[in-house]
Design a binder for this molecule. Structure first.
Ligand code: HSE
Length: 436
């Protein structure tokens, strides 16, 4: 049988990795796929040929649309990233009757509903394993391995750059900006690194996971997103003293009121396995009713780990080339006509426990005033500590853990605490999850 011909859009970190894996493991991949897979065409404006294997067998041009329109290309692999022209390229590939593999989480999270509808109409597949958690096959796990389950919730460390920064801050007390620059140099960070540190990248990925878990359309605009840029080294240290670790989590949960969809820094008991996922590694914890908790761990970014997922998708698509489109695994795990209209709840309705830190004047009655506000709001304090003031200062950090409360109640209480004369500046608030 003739080999399957891939058209690669992008020869950067992930594109170069995908080419290398396809060339290096060609024989084994052919044994798995049932036929050879070759990169016949590629489009890249700028690329570094050093370290790219088998490039002499690839026709490289700088026009991605020419690759998408090339009748000799069977599978288009979009590794350019961003919203545009990625969306136009993918839609044109579908219109041309080609299957698509993409690592583009932003594209799927924002335009996935449109793209999957177009693919369904044309009878082609759009595969996107590399869009979430790099090399971890979490999409396959949710769509296939856990298909028997009613999924209750998912909590994941799904941005490697953010996890790398938090880990370096905790272990080495390193500066935020310096660690971010290192993550960029290592090829982990997004082109716009605010996507990593402000949680947008994690929100893209969580949006995809929620749709796969609960069978709802992709709704990125409903995802509550809070980054790690306001986490201070003292919060990392105080959390440790309470027995917790701060991780940047994506959490999606099925509740009576609808689906929670939120990305934010979170205190997790340090005894949990997921609290010990460090550096650029990712982990996704899935709670299913039949299987119980399952944890998926691995490299969430980087050239070869992401290429691993891209190439697995290319193999999957190759295996299904001759199958009836109606009998393929649905894009969002549930049959397209069976998606549910469960609503995404506002973060105001979400109930979590909280870590609070405030700077207070050290005089009698201040703790009582703060505790009184929390009591009036029906918020129960689990632990409270007054810390030593920083060198030369008289105001003291006051840190506490609360029991679970609805976000709206906590926001109202924080507003009242901030209005106390004895409390200086804003209250730092970090949500706490037990992940039991
Ligand atoms: N910037 C992303 C991360 C790359 O750091 O996780 C993988 O999606």
């Amino acid at each position: 049988m003739d080999p399957v011909r891939v058209g690669l859009l992008g020869l950067g970190t992930v594109g170069g990795g995908a080419l290398n894996v396809l060339v290096r493991n060609a024989a084994e991949i052919a044994r798995r796929a049932g036929r050879g897979i070759v990169v016949a065409h590629a489009a890249a404006r700028e690329y570094d040929a050093d370290g790219l294997e088998g490039l002499d067998q690839v026709e490289v041009c700088d026009d991605a649309f020419a690759v998408v329109d090339n009748p000799k290309v069977d599978i288009v692999v979009e590794l350019i990233g961003g919203y545009s022209p990625a969306r136009e390229l993918v839609l044109r590939a579908i219109d041309n009757g080609k299957h698509v593999v993409t690592a583009n989480k932003a594209l799927i999270a924002l335009h996935g509903n449109e793209i999957f509808a177009a693919a369904q109409a044309k009878g082609v597949t759009v595969a996107f394993e590399a869009a979430v958690a790099g090399g971890i096959p979490i999409i396959k796990a949710l769509r296939e391995g856990l298909a028997a389950n009613h999924i209750d919730w998912i909590a994941g460390i799904i941005n490697g750059t953010g996890n790398f920064i938090l880990t370096e801050m905790k272990d080495k007390g390193r500066d935020f900006v310096e660690v971010l620059a290192e993550a960029q140099a290592l090829g982990y960070a997004e082109a716009d690194p605010t996507f990593d540190v402000e949680g947008i990248d994690a929100a893209h990925k969580l949006t995809i996971l929620a749709s796969l878990a609960f069978g709802i359309p992709l709704q990125f605009d409903k995802c509550y997103t809070e980054g790690i840029s306001r986490i201070e080294p003292q919060d990392v240290a105080y959390a440790e003293q309470f027995g917790y670790r701060i991780k940047h989590l994506g959490v999606t949960r099925r509740t009576d009121k609808g689906i929670e969809l939120r990305v934010h820094p979170t205190l997790i008991p340090h005894s949990r396995l997921i609290a010990n996922v460090n550096g650029v590694m990712n982990a996704v914890l899935v709670q299913g009713d039949a299987v119980g908790p399952t944890l998926y761990y691995g490299a969430g970014a980087g050239s070869l780990p992401t290429a691993s997922a891209v190439v697995a998708d290319i193999i999957d698509v190759t295996r299904t080339l001759t199958t009836d489109p109606e009998n393929r695994v649905p894009h969002l795990a549930f049959q397209p006509g069976e998606l549910s209209d469960l609503s995404v709840v506002s973060v105001d309705e979400v109930k979590t426990a909280y870590y609070l830190r405030m700077t207070a004047v050290d005089r009698p009655g201040v703790v009582a005033a703060v505790a009184g506000i929390l009591a009036d709001a029906d918020i129960s304090i689990e632990a409270i500590q007054q810390k030593q003031p920083p060198e030369g200062e008289t105001e003291v950090p006051l840190v506490m853990l609360t029991h679970r409360v609805r976000e709206r109640q906590m926001n109202a209480a924080i507003e009242k605490i901030e209005s106390l004369d004895a409390v200086a500046g804003a209250v730092t608030r970090i949500r706490v999850e037990q992940l039991k």
